[in-house]
Design a protein around this ligand. Structure first.
Ligand SMILES: NC(=O)c1ccc[n+]([C@@H]2O[C@H](COP(=O)([O-])OP(=O)(O)OC[C@H]3O[C@@H](n4cnc5c(N)ncnc54)[C@H](O)[C@@H]3O)[C@@H](O)[C@H]2O)c1
Length: 340
C-alpha cells in the first residue's frame, strides 16, 4: 500500500502531537522532513525522527516533495504557508485557527479546491469519545436538537507563558487571546453540536489579569441560531490551573453534561446514558503532551491520512472549519475589543 510522504513546519510545542502521531501511524505515512526557522528546533526534531531539517518551508516543499504538509505555525502564517503547499499539489493539515481573519481562510478553502488537494484543520476535541457520543445522539434524533447550550473554559496562561513566546498575546500574529487560542475548542464543539446558521452574536471581552499582553484574557458571549438554539459561553485564562472544559446542553429530549472526555445524558423519559474515554485512548502518550487539550490528534490525523489515500471522505475540511472560524472572528467584531 502507498504510504504518504509527510513533512511538518513549525517544530514548537504542538508539533510533538503531530510528530508522535506520524510514528503511531507508520502504516499509513512516512515522515520525511521537518522545518523551523529556528535552526536548532528544526535540527532537534530532525535528529529525533531521523529525517531532513530545513529552515525554509519553500525549500523543504521543493526538495522533500511531500504528499502532506502539517502546519504548526503561529496563526498569522497558517493560510499563506498552506497556499505555498496547495500550489505544489500538496495536501495540508493545519493547526487551528485557520488564520487571524476570515477572508484569508475563505481564500485558502477556495485555493485548495482549485488545486484539487485536501485541506484539513485540527479540531481534535471532536474526536473525544464523549463528543462523538453526544453528536451521534443528536444526529440520530434520540436526543433531538439543541435548544440551549452553555460552555465554560477556565485555564491558566500566565504572563510568563506569554513572555516566552514572540507571537502569542499579539493581535497581529495570534489574532487575539483566550477566544481564538483556547476557547476555540469548546466553542467549536458546541457550534458543531448545534450545526445551524447563526442569527446574532453579542460578546464582551476584557484583559483583566495580564500586564504584558493587550489581547483579551476573558470573554463572555451569547449566540442565537436561526433554528432557535441559544448558546452562552464564558472563558478566561486567568484561572490558577487548567480545569476540564464544561459544556451543558438542553436538547429536545434530554439534558447533557460534558467534561473533558466524559458525557452524561439524562433523557426526559427517565433513561440515562454516559460515555467516557475508552481504555485504549488513555494509553495514547505523546510524551508530556497536555491532556486537557485533548489527546485526539492521532485520531484526526489518521482520518486525514485515510482521506488523502482516498479511503474515506475528509471529516474536518477547511470548508467545515470555516463555520467555527467565522463565529470566532465575528466574536471579535462583536466584542469591540480587538486592537484595544
Ligand atoms: N490543537 C491544539 O490543542 C493546540 C494546542 C496548542 C497549540 N496549537 C496550535 O498550534 C500552532 C502552534 O502553536 P505552538 O504552541 O506549538 O507554538 P510555538 O511557538 O511553540 O511553535 C511555533 C513554531 O513555529 C516556528 N516558526 C515561526 N515562524 C516560522 C516560519 N516562518 N517558518 C518556519 N517555522 C516558523 C517557531 O520557531 C516555533 O518553533 C498554533 O496554531 C496553535 O494555536 C493547537
Amino acid at each position: 500500500m502507498k504510504k504518504l510522504r509527510v513533512a511538518l513546519v513549525g517544530c514548537g510545542r504542538i508539533s510533538t502531537m503531530h510528530l508522535k502521531s506520524t510514528k503511531m501511524l507508520n502504516g499509513l505515512c512516512e515522515l520525511v522532513a521537518v522545518c523551523d526557522n529556528k535552526t536548532l528546533r528544526a535540527q532537534d526534531a530532525a535528529l529525533e525522527y531521523g529525517v531532513s531539517a530545513y529552515t525554509d518551508h519553500i525549500t523543504m516543499l521543493d526538495e522533500a516533495k511531500p504528499d502532506v504538509l502539517h502546519i504548526c505555525l503561529p496563526h498569522y502564517l497558517h493560510t499563506r504557508v498552506a497556499s505555498d503547499a496547495f500550489k505544489r499539489g500538496i495536501h495540508v493539515l493545519c493547526e487551528k485557527p485557520m488564520d487571524i481573519d476570515y477572508e484569508s481562510a475563505v481564500k485558502a478553502v477556495e485555493e485548495a479546491d482549485k488545486q484539487g488537494v485536501l485541506y484539513g484543520v485540527v479540531s481534535q476535541c471532536r474526536y473525544n469519545n464523549a463528543a462523538r457520543f453526544v453528536k451521534a445522539a443528536i444526529e440520530s434524533g434520540r436526543l433531538g436538537k439543541v435548544v440551549s447550550a452553555a460552555s465554560f473554559l477556565t485555564w491558566s496562561r500566565s504572563d510568563e507563558y506569554y513572555s516566552m513566546s514572540d507571537w502569542k498575546g499579539t493581535w497581529d500574529k495570534e489574532g487575539g487571546g483566550v477566544v481564538i487560542d483556547q476557547a476555540i475548542h469548546s466553542i467549536d464543539l458546541v457550534n458543531w453540536m448545534i450545526n445551524d446558521e447563526i442569527e446574532s452574536i453579542s460578546c464582551h471581552m476584557a484583559n483583566r489579569g495580564h500586564d504584558i499582553v493587550k489581547v483579551e484574557d476573558t470573554a463572555e458571549g451569547f449566540i442565537t441560531y436561526k433554528g432557535g438554539a441559544r448558546y452562552g459561553f464564558y472563558c478566561m485564562n486567568n484561572y490558577g490551573c487548567d480545569l476540564p472544559i464544561e459544556i451543558k446542553l438542553l436538547c429536545e429530549r434530554g439534558r447533557v453534561s460534558m467534561g473533558y472526555d466524559d458525557a452524561y445524558i439524562d433523557y426526559f423519559d427517565g433513561t440515562h446514558e454516559e460515555a467516557h474515554m475508552e481504555a485504549a485512548a488513555a494509553e495514547i502518550n505523546y510524551g508530556g503532551g497536555k491532556d486537557y487539550w485533548g489527546i485526539r490528534h492521532v485520531n484526526q490525523i489518521e482520518q486525514f491520512y485515510r482521506a488523502c489515500l482516498g479511503e474515506e471522505p475528509l471529516e474536518i475540511s477547511g470548508r467545515e472549519a470555516l463555520k467555527t472560524h467565522r463565529l470566532i472572528i465575528s466574536l471579535y467584531e462583536a466584542g469591540g475589543f480587538r486592537k484595544g
